[in-house]
Write a protein that binds this ligand. Structure first.
Ligand code: NAP
Length: 244
């Protein structure tokens, strides 16, 4: 489905990002991971994905640092020659009630989750517009659609991602580039490990369970594929019905 297409995935060494890389690799894509995770974690993700028979390169990069992002994007283009799919997935939480939330924690979440995606899009913008094709997929959250107590920073960053997605989509639609957002509910990754046994929370999800990272990856594969060429500026919830 994605034969020989170059996919760049931020935060792709674990969790949802890794499953997206895996799904893309299984469908023939060449993979570039930009991630701040430990060298060991990056190497083990690279090995696991290479076993699927595709080219995989990993780049140590803090997406909140515009200089590191520019250098990484340059290196990716030198190594792969182009980019066809960009997935802005890297994200963090620093939860607290607003009263107790430090400005540092507010800024840290905005810098990674929102500005990181902006830097990535900006650095690949000309590549996409020149080839008049491409897919940009931004990982938002239901918190960005509906807010969440204790997550003012995270919800603001994920709502910002939706505005960034729609503006990018409007700027680039005429050139054949699609930009969409995925808004997951509770997905079983290290980000949510403290909540996964919370029965009250599980009861609030109509599907009665947390989502699996590979289920989010399936949606990302659809949005990256030719089947989604006429979908842009959309935000798709994947939350077991929690936020309907
Ligand atoms: P995860 O398991 O924590 O994976 C996130 C990855 O991003 C990690 O490899 C992490 O590295 C990396 N990362 C963090 N900060 C970075 C930075 N500054 N630069 C580059 N990479 C960075 O989380 P996940 O659950 O897979 O989340 C993936 C995305 O889905 C995030 O945007 C998250 O907000 C979103 N999301 C998740 C859920 C959920 O329920 N899990 C729900 C809605 C939305 P380190 O481990 O070293 O920090």
């Amino acid at each position: 489905m994605l034969k020989d297409q170059v996919a760049v995935v931020t935060g792709g060494s674990q969790g949802i990002g890794f499953e997206i890389c895996k799904k893309f690799a299984e469908n023939g894509a060449r993979i570039a991971i930009a991630d701040i995770n430990s060298p060991e974690k990056l190497q083990s993700a690279q090995q696991a994905l290479q076993a699927l028979g595709t080219e995989v390169r990993v780049y140590s990069c803090n997406v909140a640092d515009s200089v590191q992002v520019a250098d990484t994007c340059k290196q990716i283009l030198a190594d792969f020659g182009t980019v066809d799919i960009l997935v802005n997935n890297a994200g963090i939480t620093r939860d607290n009630l607003i009263l107790r939330m430090s400005e540092t924690d507010f800024d840290a979440v905005i810098d990674v989750n929102l500005k990181g995606a902006f830097y990535m899009i900006k650095n690949f913008y000309r590549v996409f517009t020149k080839k008049k094709a491409g897919k940009i997929i931004n990982i938002s959250s239901v918190s960005g659609l509906f807010g969440n107590a204790g997550q003012a920073n995270y919800s603001a960053s994920k709502a910002g991602i939706i505005g960034l997605t729609k503006s990018t989509a409007k700027e680039l639609a005429g050139r054949g580039i699609c930009c969409n957002a995925i808004a997951p509910g509770f997905i079983a990754t290290s980000m949510t490990e403290n909540f996964q046994a919370n029965q009250e929370l599980i009861k609030s999800i109509p599907a009665g369970r947390f989502g699996k990272p590979e289920e989010v990856a399936g949606l990302a594969l659809f949005l990256a594929s030719g089947s989604a060429n006429y979908i842009t500026g959309e935000v798709i919830r994947i939350d077991g019905g929690m936020a309907m």
